[in-house]
Design a protein around this ligand. Structure first.
Ligand code: PLP
Length: 254
């Protein structure tokens, strides 16, 4: 019997199950990819608020990565909540050491508004992580923080993508603007979408970045992985009831 494709998420733990590593593994599994999960921080939260964050010891995060990567053949990983500069640096060093292809979801704030990062996180993600990455998937707010550009329309989102794209390929996800995703990989591609009015978006950024990572690990190219993830997350928001309950829905490969 062949071993399944295995991917890794390096992210926070959301006990409500809507975001973080639980979401990521559910997304991987629903797309036929076995999910491994390195926990960077515990959080206490529900869909309305974050009431606490407890970062995991940096050495122990490295130990989790090294231990899993020593026994499993993993090519693609994604990061979510990394919380501090120290964690970013440690993860970057392990990514380099294990030659992982990395997708970075630059998580800073929860959908409910609670802080999931210490000051200076965006700077350290740009400095240490993006140069090692194949793709980053900021939403509008994250793209503003990473680029320093205020985004009010599609033109601004393109400017931000060009700025962030100096570090690695980028898709600025449009869920908070007109619904289009702006992809930059040396040239700009606009994937038209519709804006969805929903309260059911907790974890949608995690679902999106995990779906891209799953498709890449299954051998799809970056453009079709991005298009697939855009549709996948929209379906998840439409049919999920609490958070993006994507594991209930089965999708055909692109
Ligand atoms: N990672 C963790 C651990 C979280 O708790 C959250 C949000 O609550 C996120 C990431 C980001 O979630 P979203 O996908 O809604 O941006």
């Amino acid at each position: 019997m062949d071993k399944r494709t295995i991917a890794m998420t390096i992210a926070g733990f959301d006990p409500s199950g809507g975001a973080g590593v639980l979401n990521d593994v559910k997304t991987f599994e629903s797309l036929g990819v076995y999910g491994t999960a390195v926990v960077t921080s515990l959080t206490a939260q529900n869909i309305h608020e974050v009431t606490g964050v407890l970062p995991v010891d940096v050495g122990f995060i490295e130990k989790q990565m090294d231990t899993v990567l020593q026994s499993e053949d993993i090519k693609y990983a994604k990061t979510g909540m990394l919380y501090s500069q120290e964690i970013v640096k440690a993860v970057a060093s392990r990514v380099e050491e294990h030659e992982l292809k990395l997708v970075v979801d630059p998580v800073m704030v929860a959908g409910s508004g609670g802080f999931l990062s210490k000051k200076g996180l965006a700077e350290s993600i740009k400095k240490y992580l993006l140069p090692l990455s194949v793709l980053t998937t900021p939403n509008i707010h994250e793209a503003e923080t990473l680029s320093g550009i205020k985004i009010e329309n599609e033109g601004d989102a393109i400017e931000a993508a060009l700025e962030i794209g100096k570090h690695c390929d980028v898709v600025v996800t449009g869920g908070h603007l007109k619904g289009s995703d702006i992809f930059y990989n040396g040239s700009i591609h606009v994937f038209e979408g519709e804006l969805m009015e929903s309260n059911n978006t907790h974890g949608s950024g995690c679902t999106y970045s995990s779906a891209v990572t799953a498709m890449l690990s299954k051998g799809c190219d970056i453009e079709s992985s991005i298009k697939f993830a855009g549709n996948f997350v929209k379906e998840s928001i439409k049919y999920g009831t609490r958070g993006t309950l994507n594991q209930m829905w089965k999708f055909d490969d692109p």
